[in-house]
Design a protein around this ligand. Structure first.
Ligand code: NAP
Ligand code: MN
Length: 265
């Protein structure tokens, strides 16, 4: 049972969605949920849309760890969205039943050039912004590991491992494993440049450092989940598994294995 009841609704308003959200508001009120206008006053944040909207709802409210995030999709089942605007009954059940569970998803924490750190729920991607390779020295726990030259690299969380990372032939990771995975985007591998070439799964004890080699093409795009950072000239990116997790709600009949099967098999 959910005992915290101050709820903020996150969605891009449209006539079609508004109608469905109205119906859900009614169900919420019936069960004593109070809607708030300011996400800072909320202890439940509900997003309406796809996984992309769920990611935005967390980014825009600063990855609160004292808050429950719930994803409601609009008909298309996602990885983060366990509920649907087309199934009011399930939402109503979820609001009152014991068949729900709070899940904790690991995030990664990123620091660029020693500035204030930020979190990602899916992944951090660093990519050349022009049709030219760029190079980075990769360090693990401050030990030099390899020099990468190519299109870029992705560091994903366990839940992000089913998104960008998976299309780069990375592994799908169980969200219960607090870890991060490094995958390459088109690395050059020849007698001059050599990288590991396979995905690398690192434990939560490790720190990864990407040092961008300042050779002219040193303005890669850095993307946190579905948002590009405004920083356009960076030298050093530090990444580790964060202490902070994102809490979300799911039905006990929709486990990790169900989701992977449903989406890919
Ligand atoms: P998008 O390009 O509009 O959508 C990418 C697709 O990934 C959408 O179908 C999205 O679901 C889905 N998705 C998002 N997070 C997921 C997850 N953890 N597991 C499985 N599927 C997931 O971008 P977006 O919707 O704003 O999502 C951003 C994400 O797209 C990034 O974080 C990255 O992981 C992924 N991405 C993938 C590639 C690639 O595979 N080549 C390239 C760039 C980015 P919805 O449609 O339900 O939102
Ligand atoms: Mn430079």
């Amino acid at each position: 049972m959910i005992d915290r009841k101050k709820t903020y609704l996150f969605y891009k308003p449209s006539d079609e969605l508004e109608e469905k959200v109205q119906a859900i508001r009614k169900v919420g009120r019936k069960h004593g949920f109070q809607l708030v206008e300011d996400p800072n006053d909320a202890n439940i944040i509900v997003s309406f849309g796809g996984d992309g909207t769920f990611l935005q709802s967390i980014r825009k409210t600063n990855f609160r760890d004292d808050c429950l995030y719930i994803g409601v999709n609009d008909g298309k089942l996602g990885f983060y969205t366990d509920f649907s605007t087309t199934d009011l009954e399930k939402i109503e059940l979820g609001l009152q039943s014991d068949n729900i569970e709070v899940l904790r998803y690991p995030t990664i924490e990123v620091t660029v050039d020693g500035m204030k750190s930020f979190q990602c729920l899916n992944e951090l991607a660093i990519r050349s912004n022009i049709i030219k390779t760029f190079a980075m020295d990769i360090y693990i726990d401050d030990i030099y590991f390899e020099t990468f030259r190519g299109d870029g690299m992705v560091v994903s969380t366990p839940t992000g491992s089913t998104a960008y990372n998976k299309s780069l032939k990375g592994a799908v990771v169980d969200p219960k494993l607090k870890s991060m995975q490094l995958t390459e985007i088109a690395s050059l591998n020849n007698n001059q440049y050599r990288t590991l070439g396979s995905p690398l799964l690192l434990s939560k004890e490790r720190e990864l450092v990407l040092k961008i080699i300042q050779d002219g093409n040193d303005h890669p795009i850095i993307a946190a989940d579905n948002e590009a950072l405004s920083i356009r000239h960076s030298h050093e990116v530090r990444i580790k598994v964060s202490e902070k997790e994102i809490k979300t709600l799911r039905m006990k009949d929709n486990l990790f294995v169900h989701k992977v099967k449903r989406s890919f098999l």
